[in-house]
Design a protein around this ligand. Structure first.
Ligand SMILES: [Zn+2]
Length: 185
């Protein structure tokens, strides 16, 4: 049995959780480096997409792509044109169509028209495009906690951290910086 503690916030759009699998600011930890880890991550975050571990290279290529685009967005920079093209190619490989389902009342459901891995990766790429070009775009942030690199969508005006424990660590670090004597140990 493998036991990995993924950086999953549980509060974010799937593409934000996906980008966060590349963790850290200096030495980065890749939480999708192993096929079993990929399967486990999808089981926890997007269980409708099973057995994605066998497509590790494509999964990591999209992850690196969305990570690069979101890093650029949170720094107010433009991503490379090649990165944007790669993101669009993932979205284009997985067209979906709207289907009517009628049991008791009419409901609509987006249906994948391709198989995995294109379906899963296309949905994540589409989620990325909708986030970056939609009304939540300006709320995409990077956590300000010490050493933390996680992206999140700011859902209330004072949120500055990915989760309350990061906020606690950040406040503690600021407190010690203010209260320790200068040059002290
Ligand atoms: Zn954080």
């Amino acid at each position: 049995m493998i036991d990995v503690e993924f950086p999953i916030l549980g509060t974010e759009p799937v593409v934000v959780e996906f980008a966060n699998t590349l963790y850290g600011l200096g030495d980065q930890m890749d939480y999708l480096r192993d096929p079993q880890w990929i399967d486990l991550w999808f089981a926890q975050v997007a269980p409708e997409h099973a057995a994605m571990g066998q497509y590790g290279e494509q999964v990591r290529t999209l992850r690196d792509t969305v990570h690069a685009v979101m890093s650029a967005a949170t720094r107010g920079r433009d991503p490379d044109a090649a990165t944007v093209r790669r993101l669009n190619a993932f979205a284009a490989a997985a067209p979906t169509c709207l289907q009517l389902e009628w049991s008791d009342r009419p409901t609509a459901r987006w249906l994948d028209t391709v198989r995995e891995p294109d379906a899963a990766l296309g949905r994540i790429a589409t989620c990325c495009i909708e986030l970056l070009a939609g009304p939540q775009a300006e709320n995409l942030r990077r956590c300000q906690g010490p050493g933390c690199s996680l992206f999140f969508v700011k859902n209330h005006p004072r949120r500055r951290w990915c989760d309350p424990s990061c906020g606690h660590r950040d406040r503690q670090a600021r407190y010690y910086r203010r209260h320790l004597p200068r040059g002290g140990s």
